[in-house]
Design a protein around this ligand. Structure first.
Ligand code: ADP
Length: 457
């Protein structure tokens, strides 16, 4: 069921119920008022007639003829007067007696002094009346013709107005809920037009600062994020293709040139060496990309275990030096540690080794001495690692970009590379809830500072 219809139904049922209680309350209290008022009038009429008969000693036939006349024009009461023993002294119209008095009724009147009741729709009153020391049992009955008429017509009017009100409530409820939901429909329509190729379109927020405007703003900011990541994915893919194409094109050109004529063995050797270098570059790039993809997994899919940071550093060092035997890497402990908790951290050993090896490799390859050092500093909740080299340094204009995938700095001619290393390192450090900062002085030194939470954090 659509929300507009559901809102209309709920709204109509609630308002209709309230209106029903209101109308029923008015009707029932009017009915009660009519009954009370008529008993008051009936009492006065009955006592007045009793006074005419008992006090004023008016002749019964005169009272009876007045009763006969009044019957035609108003709610005339039919009165009967008995003495205490129940003997009938007077009756307005014995032939059409409304109240069949019995000894039990007389007993009840003597006991209660005043009794109200009904005979069909006729209201009855029974009273104990005293005059000059003598008591009488008087009864009166009358039909409230005007009162019932008023109440019945009131009931019809209430029913009519209630029905009209329900129709109006349902109609206005539907219009109201449709009106309220119109902006939501507009949003749905607009959202449906947004596709991967039109990720740059945005929804127009309303003028009011209401929940719908908030929804639109939130949706727009989500689109911004999706758009940005979509764009960076696109440029990432085109960078990968470009980086793969360059060495492949070089290999193809090298082979084509070599095959054009017969060559001396030394020339073949040089050509093969060039092809081998380009292939190594391709392998480096593809493994870096593979690691990048791994580091981009959802953290819940990556296996973490407790690792000693010094062991990971030593392993990364041997890994780097195995591939580059001319590099020199020193490891320095800045302080002692009291417990293993200080040096342990929850990590994916493979990825963290890759990150450290990248920093070692950069430190060595961008310095003429091919050397760098790492210092390990432990505090209560974190492990601080500084990768320092006295190399070429990073030009100031490169500092803001070096963590961007495929970005290579102005000093790139110093060493071969892919531009993936630092982006990958940052991703891995972030995955381990840490952060990485760089400071550098051109021509002097470069320091990458990594802060990782230890097992106590
Ligand atoms: P690359 O494969 O080019 O080394 P990285 O992502 O590892 O790619 O580094 C990005 C850029 O940052 C490098 O091209 C280089 O300009 C600069 N860089 C990184 N580390 C150092 C360093 N230790 N000394 C000087 N420059 C560095």
């Amino acid at each position: 069921m659509k929300i507009a219809l559901r809102l209309t139904l709920v709204f109509s049922v609630v308002v209709a119920t309230i209106l029903f209680i209101f109308a029923a309350g008015i009707y029932l209290s009017s009915k009660q008022d009519r009954e009370d008022e008529f008993y008051d009038r009936l009492r006065i009429k009955t006592i007045t007639k009793a006074e005419l008969f008992i006090n004023a000693k008016v002749h019964p036939s005169l009272i009876q003829s007045i009763h006969e006349e009044n019957k035609k024009i108003m709610n005339e009461a039919q009165v009967a007067i008995h003495d205490l023993s129940g003997k009938l002294l007077y009756h307005d119209d014995i032939a059409n007696d409304m109240i069949r008095e019995t000894p039990e009724i007389f007993r009840d009147i003597r006991k209660e002094k005043e009794i109200h009741g009904y005979v069909g729709k006729w209201q009855t009153i029974m009273l104990l009346y005293s005059y000059e020391g003598k008591s009488y049992l008087i009864t009166g009955a009358a039909y409230d013709f005007y009162g019932y008429n008023k109440i019945d017509s009131m009931f019809e009017k209430i029913l009519l107005f209630y029905t009209i009100s329900i129709i109006l409530i349902v109609m206005s409820g539907y219009l109201f809920s449709r009106n309220v939901l119109n902006p939501v429909k507009d949003i749905i329509k607009k959202v449906n037009t947004i596709t991967a190729s039109s990720l740059n379109s945005r929804l127009a927020p309303g003028k009011n600062k209401d929940e719908l405007t908030q929804l639109v703003v939130t949706f727009n900011s989500m689109l911004n994020r999706i758009d940005r990541s979509f764009e960076s994915q696109k440029s990432f893919v085109s960078n990968i293709s470009h980086e793969l194409r360059t060495p492949l094109a070089t290999i193809a050109a090298e082979l084509e040139l070599t095959m054009q004529k017969d060559r001396a063995p030394s020339e073949y050797k040089t050509a093969l060496k060039n092809v081998f270098d380009d292939t190594k570059q391709l392998i480096r790039l593809s493994s870096a990309l593979l690691d990048f993809a791994k580091a981009s997994y959802d953290p819940s899919e990556i296996a973490f275990s407790l690792q000693r940071v010094d062991e990971l550093i030593i392993e990364a060092r041997s890994q780097t030096m195995k591939a580059n035997p001319d590099y020199r890497i020193d490891i320095v402990f800045e302080n002692d540690f009291d417990s293993d908790e200080d040096i342990l951290l929850s990590a994916n050993a493979y990825l963290l080794r890759v990150a450290f090896a990248n920093l070692f490799e950069n430190g060595c390859k961008y310095s003429a001495q091919r050397s760098c050092r790492v210092s390990i500093c432990l505090d209560r909740i974190s492990i601080i690692l500084r990768f320092i080299d006295q190399g070429t340094g990073i030009p100031a204009q490169d500092l803001d970009h070096i963590f961007t995938p495929f970005y290579r700095g102005h000093n790139q001619q110093m060493a071969s590379g892919t531009g993936i290393g630092l982006a990958l390192t940052k991703k891995i450090i972030t995955l381990h809830q840490g952060d990485i900062k760089v400071s550098s002085q051109t021509g002097k030194e470069t320091t990458f500072t990594i802060k990782l939470p230890n097992n106590r954090a």
